[in-house]
Design a binder for this molecule. Sequence first.
Ligand code: OXD
Length: 314
Amino acid sequence: MPTILILNKLAERHKTMIHSVADDIAVISCELDEAGQYIADADILVAWGWMDIRPLFLRAAKLKWLHALSAGVETLIFPEMQNSGIILTNSRGIHGIPISEHIFAMMLTFTRGLHLLLKQQAAKKWRRVPTDELHEKTLGIIGLGSIGREIAKKAKGLGMNVVATKRAVTTELFVDKLYPADQLHEMLPLCDFVVVALPLTEDTKGYFRLEHFQAMKPTAYFFNIARGAVVNEPDLITALEQGLIAGAGLDVFENEPLPEESPLWERENVIITPHLAALSPYYLDRAIKLFADNLARYVNGREMLNIIDKHKGY
Ligand code: OXD
């Protein structure tokens, strides 16, 4: 049975989930800086997609499978890993619930003016601010996957129209119109809210840029819960400064933490959250359950879930 090294402290219930696959699996859970002493024995390494695991990887003589507790796998892909036969998997599929709730928290903050009202409350000011509704507005999702689907489902419950782009156009239950990725320019002028939900890969770096903001309605709001680098941040700042869009809700940034000198901090029409859209008390329960399901497939020689193409990055 494999030895699993997990670079995150686990609760007993998480270890029980893993041991439900087989009693005699060895599970070591520790922080990254304690992992050196265990790595030589590890058959499976479980890490977060932003950890610098390369030094550990180079000493991992028995490693066969690297799994990300996150959806992002940015720091887990490097030349030695790409050129090895080691399988890479991620946790895509478990983020839809918290991220979609985060998106609606930000959208409703803008439509109900909460970002302005909270400031007024701090100053004990009683003054009405402009308000709006989500009902019958159009939401555009760029890169429809499991997160986008959950957003689309909730949007339908709120009476919104939903449009989306997707690499392979399929039939989607909660989407009114699906566009191939190369028709983004046709979709953008229709949207009152635009959500970027693309993974960060070589192809999506700087994907959303000035020409896309120019195609949006000046009354539309832009949201990024994917990765900062998918959007050209200077172009986003220009779009906000020139009024090409009405505002933005941002959970991710080109550089994190967002540097103090970023002009984004100062803007009244920007909501900034510190890369936590996916987090909730249930994150690790879902992530370990997914890992344990995949582990059962691995030990039984069945087809594994969420395998990443190490050259494409998703
Ligand atoms: C992830 C994230 O990649 O939450 O899982 O950003």
